[in-house]
Structure formats: C-alpha cells, structure tokens
Design a protein around this ligand. Structure first.
Ligand SMILES: *Cc1c(COP(=O)(O)O)cnc(C)c1O
Length: 448
C-alpha cells in the first residue's frame, strides 16, 4: 500500500483500490475514507494498519442502515422500529403498476377534467368505516394536527380532553405537545383516573373549539377508574355545537377479539355510531396498509378539512394511495391482510413449523421449541397477550446477546429477543416462507 511519507497513512486512492468491491457509490466511499484518514491524522497515529479495516467497518455500518427486509422474530406484530405492518401482496401489485407509469392521480377519466386525487380510496374508506365521508393524510399524527389546527383557527381555541387521555404514544408523540404545535389551548378535565360527564359539562364554554378523545392505546388503566360513555359526550357536544373527535390510533377494522387473549379494539364504524363526529387512525398499524392517517366521519367536517390550505401540505402521494386503495378493498372483500393473518394464525401451525426448524438447526446449536408471548405493539391493545411459539436457541460458547448480534448482522437480518439464557425467535411474526432463511441464518451465525 502506498503511504503518505510524512505520516504512515496511505493515500485515499490506494485505500479505495485495496477495498475491493463494496456496494456503495464511489463518492460515498471516498467520503468514508477521507473521514477515516482525517481521524487518524487527528489522533496523530503514524501506523495506519487499521485504516482498511476501519473503512470497511464504516462501510458495513452504512450499508446496514440502508432500508432492507428484516425478519421480525420479536413476536411484536406492529413493530414501529421494524416498519410496522408488512403490505399485502395486492397492495404491492397496485403500487408496482402505478409506480413507473403516468396515472389518473388528479385526472377525471370520465370527463377529461381535473379530478380529485384520492377519490376512490376516500369513497371506499367511507364505506368501510360506515362514515358519510373519509380522507387521508400522511399519518395519524398529521391527521390530528390538521384537525386541531382547523377547528381552533377561529376565536375558540380550547380543546377539551380528559386528564386520563393526555398520553404519550411512542417516541416524540405527546398529546399536549401536539395540541401546542397546532395552536390549540389545552383544557384538561377530570383527573388521571376518573373523569365524569359533569366534568365535561362544567368545563364546556364559549371558548371550547372541540372535544378530543384519545384511545388509550398503549397502556391500560384498572382499579378506581371512570370515564363517561362516548354517547353522552357526543350528546353534550351536539347540544353545545362543538365537534367531538376521537383519535383511535390503531384503528382495527375487524373483530380483534376473535383471537384468544385479545381484547376488543373499537372499530371506526362503532365509534362513529356512538355519535363521534370524526375519527382518525393509522394506515400501517392493525389496518395493515402503508403509512397514512385516515380521517372518517361527518361529510361536512371532512369537506371542511379538505378545504383547509394546510391539508395540501399533508397529502399522500400516488404510491401510498395505490397501496391504501388495495388494502381498503381487501378489508371490504373480507380478506385477510398479513397482520390480521399473523394475529389469527393457529398455534398448532406455529408449533409444527418450530419443530421442523429445531430439527433442521439442532445439529449445529442447542435448539428447542419454546413458548412466547406475542403482542400487537404500535400502541394497540396493551392488555392483550397472544400466546405464541418460539424457537429457543443456545450455544455453549456464544452468549445469547452475541448470537442475537450475529443474526442481526446477517443477510437477511433476523431480529429476535433474549430471555434468560436463550435467544428466542417468535414465529408468529415470521412468514412461513422465511423459515428456511432463519435456518440458514442460524447455521451461519453458529459458524461465524
Ligand atoms: C400510533 C398512534 C398515533 C400516531 O400515529 P402515526 O400514524 O404514527 O402518526 C396517534 N394516536 C394514537 C392513539 C396512536 O396509537
């Protein structure tokens, strides 16, 4: 390797040659090398024997950050860090067919005039939610900001919300902060554990712009608790002529309680029937589609939101709309989206797959069929524990955390979890077609 005579540091060009094939654009590789060389100079290191290895490690880290398929063996169905819900094949088909072509995105093929961009999905989402109308924006947080901004843009700024619903959902999503950025003024009612209808009645005034209900999606409150029925809040709001909006978060559109151990998650249709004016929910949680925020409810309110200039900043692109259309239609056809299938799949089926996998990897590593507790995740049904089946791995000379790290760094990466002295792979969130890949990954990890 040719070196810089002043310091024993090789030239960028020679490092680039020595690196060999790395699947990164040349300007990116050059940047990595320069950064590493600068680092060596700063540390005044004269021997650069590590340079090549360090550039390779940096390149590997960067490559690993590229979005790629990951095998989710955590048992958490809606895993936000793992991209939430995998798309149904029909949605991918729809996406593919519009992605590389021109489309009728905002073109009315019947008249040849300008058309409305989300006409079909809005129509069918309304049918699915039993609503007069529906629309979509980028995600549920965006839906909430749009709604809050819109209904507090006049004189009335106060948004009434129960103290029991001032929640944080995931990272960086806190209801009080969302209200603040939306220009709304928070009007808390009741207490953390108890809020009654009279708390709402006493607090409602000329300042009240809307009542917000937030589905307690990621935690459960038990014991000395009370909250008024949605119907009575809706009746009060109607009398006072203010809208009631419910943030449902997950928005299941099927009967979640059909899975043993899983609670009933209120559906958008059900909540709208109770008199709520608007509901919003995520497209990529239990709905099983792409990232989106669906808003459904009264026609007048939806129309007003769509006229709000801010709506333009939150609108979805054609790829999302195509995938969402297909996912919505699957639900309307009564077909299973992958996330629903994973939720409902029979344990006996998982057991059979686990046994086969254990037999296949057994020679290289100690493996046995174990029990798992799958969860919905993504802030849905916090009390639900879905019994599941795991493949439990243990190697005499590799710690479970090291084994987990090796599987994570494989291709494709496999993400499980460590429990006691085992690495557990929960099969509820693994597609049957991925079993072979896991077997190969385990063998590789053992040998690495
Ligand atoms: C997940 C969740 C959100 C945020 O949804 P995004 O689609 O991630 O923006 C908002 N509210 C509730 C209750 C949620 O569970």
């Amino acid at each position: 390797m040719k070196t810089d005579p002043r310091r024993a540091i090789p030239s960028v060009d020679s490092v680039l040659r020595e690196l060999g094939e790395i699947d990164l654009p040349r300007p990116v590789l050059l940047t990595l090398i320069r950064r590493q060389v600068a680092e060596l100079r700063k540390q005044n290191v004269h021997a650069a024997h590590n340079l090549l290895a360090e550039v390779r490690a940096a390149a590997d880290d960067l490559l690993r950050s590229r979005i790629q398929p990951v095998i989710n063996a955590t048992g958490i169905l809606v895993h936000t860090n793992l991209g939430r819900s995998p798309l149904p094949p029909a949605a991918v088909e729809a996406l593919r067919s519009v992605a590389t072509a021109y489309t009728n995105l905002e073109y009315d093929l019947s008249t040849g005039d300008r058309g409305w961009r989300a006409a079909y999905v809005e129509h069918n989402l309304a049918v699915l939610c039993g609503a007069e109308a529906a629309t979509v924006v980028n995600n549920c947080a965006a839906a909430l900001v749009l709604i809050l901004r819109h209904f507090t843009r006049g004189e009335r700024k106060q948004v009434m919300i129960s103290r029991g619903e001032l929640v944080q959902i995931g990272g960086g999503f806190r209801i009080p902060e969302i209200l603040e950025v939306s220009g709304a003024v928070l009007r808390e009612v009741g207490t953390t554990n108890k809020t009654s209808l009279s708390d709402y009645t006493r607090a409602i005034s000329r300042q009240t712009a809307m009542i917000l209900k937030v589905h307690r999606s990621n935690f459960f409150m038990g014991g000395f608790v009370e909250s008024p029925a949605t119907e009575s809040i809706a009746a009060l709001a109607r009398k006072k002529r203010v809208p009631v909006v419910e943030d449902l978060g997950s928005g299941a559109v099927f009967a979640t309680e059909q899975t043993p151990g899983v609670e009933h998650e209120p559906t958008p249709a059900e909540v709208l029937r109770q008199g709520v004016g608007l509901v919003c929910f995520s497209g990529d949680k239990l709905f099983g589609g792409p990232q989106a925020g669906v808003i459904a409810g009264r026609g007048k309110l939806i129309a007003a939101l769509k006229r709000d200039p801010f709506f333009r900043a939150l609108r979805c692109d054609k790829l999302i709309l195509a995938a969402l259309e297909a996912t919505t239609d699957l639900h309307l056809h009564g077909e299973m989206v992958p996330i629903r299938h994973m939720l409902q799949v029979d344990e006996a089926e998982l057991e059979a797959r686990a046994q086969r996998m254990v037999a296949a990897v057994g020679a290289t590593i100690s493996a046995k069929v174990g029990k798992g507790k799958a969860q919905i995740g993504g802030g849905a049904l916090p009390q639900s524990v879905i019994s599941s089946v795991t493949v439990d791995l243990r190697a005499a000379d590799i710690s479970p955390t090291e084994l987990a790290a090796r599987l994570r760094r494989g291709t494709p990466p496999v993400v499980g979890y460590v429990s006691r002295d085992h690495l557990k792979l929960d099969l509820r969130t693994v597609f049957p077609g991925q079993d072979e890949q896991i077997i190969a990954a385990v063998r590789n990890a053992r040998e690495a």
